[in-house]
Design a protein around this ligand. Structure first.
Ligand code: GCO
Ligand code: MN
Ligand code: MN
Length: 412
């Protein structure tokens, strides 16, 4: 093939994307509680070892593009949209007005706000550092984000305490740091109660997001399970206002099974918000878009969520790869991520109503019918053939994943 000149490349990508088929209309996409973060679309490809590869995008552009794609909700960190120096000042409210206008003009809603408590130099020793003025500043930032959330009509506030930990051992007292961290959350919840009352709105759902490593070397709340224990530790004044925002990849990163982590959060009644993406076990936070690495596991995750009535947001917290252009971010990356989510969601519905799986599951629950549960040999014998159904179910799920249940065949 001859080289493709730069001015013909978008045309080529667009033609091949159309050739892929299988995309949903913006109207169909809007039926799902999918949110697009400001930071995901605005990500320029930079990292410790990586220079940016594309230009930044402001919130007006991101909101407009999300609307065109059919992403109905938008989420942001405070400093994604408000310069640190303007936080809490008049300029903050002027920016909020512009955001509210951009959302209204494009028919989007703000679902979630989150405080950046890891990037700025002030958070070098975490938002729960020893120095009281750092903690006062952090608490003020959290309270300020709560106000922004109410101003923009958000329902959720997310907290990712990735800097709550240490690089070198023994320098901090973990119990004290966790108490101080709880103080910050308590301040946010109390401010929320006050503002919500004043505005006649419900309080926000405050959701903790765990990540096992990065940016600190060791993290004090590394998993969703650690956070469940923290919520119920007695340190929070309003544990009923605090739940979880698990991120798919973050549970995978420590070697956990995301579906099992989500199940534990569901049982605790704390699965309120969900960051959807993909990646690899025991690697760093690559934040790849949903379904590109583990489609089979994702399908099973969505079966769990569909069958347990999860109705919170699916937040597209991934980083379009550095190889994707800014044009590609909005033309390929976001639309295809949304479409893979919807496809997997629909397939999860197929699995839930699949007659083969349905009968197999019922048969497993019926058991073999051994008369005496204490006669261990008889119990084993009674269930021997039945338990083969586990593998049969796994095969059926694979068939649904590749469309074989609808007649897709390779060779007969
Ligand atoms: C990550 C984190 C962040 C958080 C965000 C919200 O992948 O590094 O998940 O993207 O979700 O900071 O607080
Ligand atoms: Mn996340
Ligand atoms: Mn992540």
């Amino acid at each position: 093939m001859n080289p493709i000149p730069a001015n013909r490349q978008q045309e080529l990508v667009a033609r091949l994307l159309a050739a892929c088929g299988g995309s949903y209309s913006p109207e169909s996409r809007r039926k799902y509680f999918i949110s697009g973060p400001q930071w995901a679309a605005a990500y320029e490809g930079q990292a410790l070892f990586h220079a940016p590869t594309r230009e930044a995008a402001g919130f007006e552009e991101v909101i407009r593009k999300y609307a065109e794609i059919g992403i109905p909700y938008w989420a942001t960190h405070d400093t994604d949209v408000i310069p640190t120096a303007s936080l809490g000042k008049e300029e903050q409210w002027a920016i909020c007005e512009r955001i509210a206008k951009a959302l209204a003009d494009n028919g989007l809603k703000c679902s979630m706000v989150t405080t950046e408590s890891f990037h700025h130099a002030v958070f070098a020793a975490s938002p729960a550092a020893e120095s009281p003025e750092i903690r006062d500043y952090a608490a003020w930032r959290l309270k300020n984000t709560v106000k922004i959330g109410h101003e923009l009509g958000a329902q959720f506030a997310v907290y990712w305490p990735g800097s709550l930990g240490y690089q070198v051992q023994g320098a901090i007292d973990e119990t004290q740091t966790l108490r101080w961290y709880a103080d910050g959350l308590n301040a946010a919840c109390e401010m929320d109660i006050e503002v919500a009352k004043h505005r006649g709105r419900p309080t926000l759902k405050h959701c903790l997001e765990a990540k096992p490593f990065e940016p600190q070397a060791e993290i004090l709340l590394p998993t969703s399970d650690a956070m469940l224990a923290f919520i119920h530790s007695g340190l929070l004044k309003h544990p009923e206002m605090v739940g979880l925002n698990p991120e798919y990849l973050h549970e995978l990163m420590w070697g956990g099974a995301p579906r099992a982590a989500l199940a534990r959060a569901l049982l605790a009644g704390k699965l309120w918000h969900f960051d959807i993406n993909d990646g690899y076990r025991l690697k760093h936070d690559v934040d790849i878009a949903i379904g590109l690495v583990n489609p089979l596991d994702w399908l099973n995750v969505l079966v769990l969520l569909r069958s347990h009535g999860y109705n919170g947001p699916f937040n597209l917290d991934y980083k379009p790869p550095r190889t994707t252009s800014k044009w590609g971010v909005f033309t390929v990356s976001f639309p295809t991520a949304v479409d893979r989510f919807i496809t997997l969601w629909e397939m999860a519905g197929d699995l839930i109503s699949d007659p083969v799986i349905g009968e197999a599951v019922e048969a497993l629950k019926a058991g073999g019918g051994a008369a005496d549960a204490l006669d261990v040999d008889a119990v084993v014998a009674a269930n021997r053939e039945l338990l083969t159904l586990h593998e049969l179910i796994a095969h059926r799920i694979f068939q649904v994943l590749i469309g074989q249940h609808r007649g897709r065949t390779y060779a007969l």
